[in-house]
Design a protein around this ligand. Structure first.
Ligand code: GRG
Length: 295
């Protein structure tokens, strides 16, 4: 994971407008926009989604230099979602990745625009000629990324999450919300690996099953960290969910119930990868890692 994170960091650094560009070179006047984009996207984060995409593609023999562009596009979407999620109108957080959030370090308007620009940069990256030499693959990845991010994917999940602050959500409603809010990008990561690898239908289905269990396990671990939380280890505020009356499975199942479900989800993720045998060892490790993570 550290190695992939390093690769992603280097490529994203090259893809984002250089901070040192003079106003003339960057076509900026006195705007901190590109600086805020770099602040949001560089120098932090586990790069978990790019890792899943690159490792899923690797199952089909796709070299990481081929999967790196779509992986960076996905990370741009993730970074945009964090910037907007932290805004006062949403979760109103002052700390992210152990640093002040973008609207605190810059200002609210710049944070909104930096988020918007990371979102559009993602589509520039995934649809551009450097992303893949087969235009059909570029088109399919672009389509899937739009579906995963937008009104029927992550953005809908976020809207449901905000709605859950107004009225109690049932277990099923909470699961459906989380499947979209956090699950949609994990699903894209694994499905994109299958698309890049020109995988057959059963392999693609197996990866989608893995992504679903992985995403739920990730969210449950996040909720447990928040509930039991250590803000220093997480690099963001703890105990926020209960304070805001958020719908979480920890709230609905209790800490012990959530831990039991977490173990079941890791087992489900492992089982989904049975068809790939030994080749899937890294993805299996990743599922165990997210369940046990402390930050
Ligand atoms: C604003 C449209 C829109 C969506 C926001 C994903 C999301 C939706 C909000 C993030 C809120 C949150 C803290 C959710 C819990 C799970 C999560 C996505 C945690 C952050 O992801 P990590 O742990 O972060 O992969 P790093 O910093 O490692 O990249």
């Amino acid at each position: 994971m550290d190695r992939v994170a390093e690769l992603v960091e280097r490529r994203l650094t090259a893809l984002l407008a250089p901070a040192t560009a003079s106003p003339k070179e960057s076509h900026e006047t006195a705007s901190p926009l590109s600086e805020a984009m770099r602040y949001a996207a560089l120098g932090g984060g586990k790069r978990l989604r790019p890792f899943l995409l690159i490792e899923s593609a690797r199952l089909f023999g796709v070299p990481e230099q081929t999967s790196l562009y779509p992986a960076c596009a996905l990370e741009c979407i993730h970074c945009y979602s964090l910037v907007h999620d932290d805004l006062p109108a949403m979760d109103d957080d002052a700390l992210r990745r152990g640093r002040p959030t973008v609207h605190v370090a810059f200002d609210e308007a710049t944070a909104i625009l930096a988020g918007d620009s990371l979102l559009t940069l993602a589509f520039e990256i995934v649809s551009g000629p450097q992303s893949h030499n087969d235009p059909a693959i570029r088109a399919e990845l672009t389509y899937l990324l739009a579906q995963a991010s937008g009104w029927q994917g992550m953005a809908l999940g976020q809207a449901l999450d905000l709605a859950a602050e107004q009225r109690p959500f049932s277990l099923d409603e909470t699961r459906a919300m989380q499947k979209l809010k956090t699950g949609a990008l994990f699903r894209f990561a694994c499905e994109a690996g299958a698309v890049l690898g020109c995988a057959d239908e059963p392999s693609r289905t197996a990866l989608v099953r893995y992504a679903s269990a992985f995403g739920q396990a990730f969210q449950l671990a996040d909720d447990l960290l928040d509930a039991q939380g250590d803000a220093d280890a997480m690099g963001k505020a703890a105990s926020k969910d209960a304070e805001r009356g958020k719908a979480t499975l920890v709230g609905l199942l209790g800490i012990e119930g959530a831990k039991g479900r977490l173990a079941g989800l890791v087992a489900e993720a492992e089982e989904a990868l049975d068809p790939f045998g030994e080749q899937a060892a890294t993805l299996i490790e990743a599922a165990r890692f997210v369940a046990e993570r402390r930050s």
